[in-house]
Design a protein around this ligand. Structure first.
Ligand SMILES: *Cc1c(COP(=O)(O)O)cnc(C)c1O
Length: 352
């Protein structure tokens, strides 16, 4: 608290990221980072970017990266927006497309940053409960009176994916507002709504380099949408920070997009490990939601989630426990690490 704080600062409710403790080396299965290193081509490109040219500002339009994304995903560069992490893309979209009007629809259980941005921009959340099986039901997204809709696919922290036909039902029911589909985890096994962008001028698909491309450290995210939607985001971005993507990040992200083989390789390793770990956890009595992501959302019918979380932490393994929140207080979210890390997890759970 400070007497200099404005009412705005006082009323903020900042996002709390998963813990990044510095006291010892943990097996980190709590923030959905990749256990693999980024593409070697991205690493080379980033080393090369560390040069005299760092004295110059980067390209404010990120054209090399936009062109690479446009080519890879079959868009025009005018349909591509780039931001400092997809969190920044979300922040700009909330400010530009959802603020100042009606409430914003999103699920009661989803990425917790949406509530933080809603609070920041004075947007009232219109929470739509997931079904009892933790699914998004498109029938609950009809006849809404809202400023926009956010759908996370696959959803976090549940890990469950929606078929594209369900996303399309949400789009068709809400043609007059922006429908933002957050696809942070789409590469791990869901159908991408990028295929619908040319059909629906109200669709904004947001993805990130932080999860499947193992580049959380460079902070780059992107969006695909109608050129007019993208231009709106550019106007906002250029009214706030013209250079959110530095030269090193730009070089690394561009090379990473061009290395689809590496993306496919590390995603399939993660998927194989996820399926193996799910089987092992099931044998230990856990119930696991069917995951299309690089994490599993699990609960044990007899064991207390907080107790498991604390015991694992003692053993040097971090998983995400969301506190005694309604609906998910009995659950843990466990990021899929390497085979060796998941073996260590399973072994630790066996003696719990
Ligand atoms: C991790 C995550 C993000 C943020 O990713 P960054 O690009 O690292 O900012 C956005 N949405 C969801 C659902 C996520 O899990």
């Amino acid at each position: 608290m400070s007497r200099f704080w404005t009412k705005k600062i006082t009323e903020l409710d900042p996002y709390v990221p998963g813990e990044q403790p510095q006291d010892k080396q943990y097996i980190k299965l709590n923030t959905n980072e990749s256990p693999y290193s980024p593409s070697p081509k991205a690493l080379t490109a980033m080393s090369e970017a560390v040069s005299e040219s760092l004295r110059l500002y980067p390209d404010p339009n990120c054209m090399t990266l936009k062109n690479a994304l446009a080519k890879q995903y079959h868009f025009d560069a005018k349909q591509v927006f780039v931001g400092n992490g997809s969190d920044e893309v979300l922040a700009l979209a909330f400010m530009g497309y959802f603020a100042g009007g009606k409430p914003l629809a999103f699920a009661d259980i989803t990425y917790s940053f949406y509530k933080v941005y809603a609070n920041l921009y004075d947007i009232e959340p219109a929470l739509i409960p997931l079904t009892d099986s933790f699914d998004i039901d498109p029938n609950d997204y009809q006849n809404l009176d809202v400023s926009g809709v956010v759908v996370t696919n696959p959803n976090a922290p549940t890990g469950k994916a929606l078929p594209l036909s369900d996303i399309e039902k949400v789009l068709q029911a809400n043609p007059d507002v922006v429908v933002l589909v957050d696809e942070a985890y789409v590469d791990f096994g869901a159908e991408s709504a990028t295929n619908l962008v040319n059909q629906y001028p109200n669709l904004l698909v947001v993805q990130t380099f932080s999860k499947s491309r193992a580049l959380a450290g460079i902070r780059v995210g992107y969006a695909f949408g109608h050129p007019d939607l993208i231009e709106g985001l550019e106007r906002l971005k250029n009214s706030f920070n013209s250079y959110p993507i530095d030269r090193i990040a730009l070089a690394g992200a561009t090379a990473a997009v061009e290395d689809q083989d590496y993306l496919a390789e590390i995603c399939s390793k993660t998927i194989a490990t996820r399926e193996w770990a799910s089987t092992e956890l099931t044998k230990l009595g856990f119930n696991i939601l069917k995951s299309a992501t690089n994490f599993v959302f699990v609960t044990h019918p007899e064991k207390d989630a907080e107790a498991i979380y604390l015991k694992l932490k003692e053993e040097g393994i971090l998983v995400r426990y969301f506190g005694k929140k309604p609906r998910i207080g009995k659950y843990l979210r466990i990021t899929i690490g390497t085979d060796a890390e998941m073996t260590a997890l399973v072994d630790a759970l066996k003696v719990l």
